[in-house]
Design a protein around this ligand. Structure first.
Ligand code: ZN
Length: 310
């Protein structure tokens, strides 16, 4: 840590209600998990900002899930980054990737990362699925979608919430990136908050929130000052009291494994597997979500071919 800088909060999320349940609010610090995602996927600085904001958004929205549900955010877009997919659960686990991690653009007119330039036009899909499959109970997935209105991620999530879910929401997301050596950089702060107006909220509460949020420093400024999610919420609510519903650690975590890789390889056409065995002496599976590579060796692949070829 550099001299004079404050210690940045650990990755954490807080979920609360305020103003006699007229407001629902969530704040998260995600610096480490965004840093891990950018390392895993070797993202350019602007892609890091786009992916980091999306991972944080996934976690903020995951507080609207029931225990066993999962949430997937998909930016299906035509800009250079080619698409963003983020998957979060109700336990604070999130994973995600972009299609083209190494593309980049110069800073925009405000000297900020040109995230909207990389995202471009397209659609935002939000899918909420029940996790009952393992017990044989099937529940239809909920799917909502809106056009991408800004490409800066936070505005798109807010537009989705107000349009598709009819919950007026303020969403702020940020990723702060610092140079770290010659051609390298690191994530020095990431996180966000979301404040939602619930049905029946008074005009006074809405006006108070609008004024408070308009005058706030950026969320990355608060995080780089060492603020915890709890303090970010206090700022976003203009000092109003809030009741904490949950407070938990959040992390980048993928559910892939060697066993799942073998399972997927087993589903490939046997003829293709034989070619892999001859030409590559085995097979390799790379997980899109976390970039982990699984090497299926010659003997294992031969055994799969023998089993599947029958
Ligand atoms: Zn994975």
């Amino acid at each position: 840590m550099e001299a004079g800088t404050l210690k940045i909060s650990e990755d954490k999320l807080i979920h609360a209600t305020a103003c006699h349940d007229e407001i629902r609010c969530v704040a998260a610090v995600t610096t480490s998990l965004v840093g891990e995602a950018t390392q895993r996927h070797q993202t350019s600085p602007t892609v890091s900002a786009a992916l980091g904001r999306s991972l944080t958004a996934g976690l903020l929205l995951s507080t609207m899930l029931k225990d066993v549900e999962r949430l997937t955010l998909i930016f299906q877009c035509h800009g250079p980054l080619g698409g963003i997919t983020v998957d979060a659960d109700a336990q604070g686990n999130v994973r995600g990737y972009v299609k083209n991690p190494s593309v980049d653009l110069p800073l925009n007119d405000q000297k900020k990362f040109d995230v909207s330039g990389l995202v471009g036009e397209g659609m935002l899909y939000v899918i909420r699925e029940g996790g009952y499959y393992e017990m044989g109970v099937y529940q239809d997935a909920y799917r909502g979608s809106v056009p991408i209105v800004s490409g800066e991620i936070a505005e798109d999530i807010a537009y989705y919430l107000s349009t598709s879910e009819q919950i007026p929401s303020a969403v702020s997301l940020g990723v702060y990136i610092m140079p770290d050596g010659d051609a390298s950089y690191r994530v020095a702060g990431a996180g966000g908050f979301m404040v939602q107006i619930l049905p029946g909220a008074s005009d006074g509460v809405v006006t108070m929130l609008e004024e408070t949020i308009r005058d706030l420093p950026s969320v990355t400024t608060m995080i780089r000052e060492g603020q915890e999610p709890r303090e970010i919420l206090r700022s976003a609510l203009g000092g109003h009291d809030f009741t904490i519903l949950e407070e938990k650690p959040v992390q980048f975590r993928c559910s892939c494994s060697y066993e799942r890789a073998v399972h997927i390889i087993s589903a490939i056409d046997v003829g293709e597997l034989k070619t892999m065995l001859l030409e590559d002496g085995g097979a390799e599976m790379v997980c899109h979500y976390c970039s982990s590579a699984y090497r299926i060796d010659r003997d294992t692949l031969a055994a799969i071919i023998e089993r599947e070829g029958e």
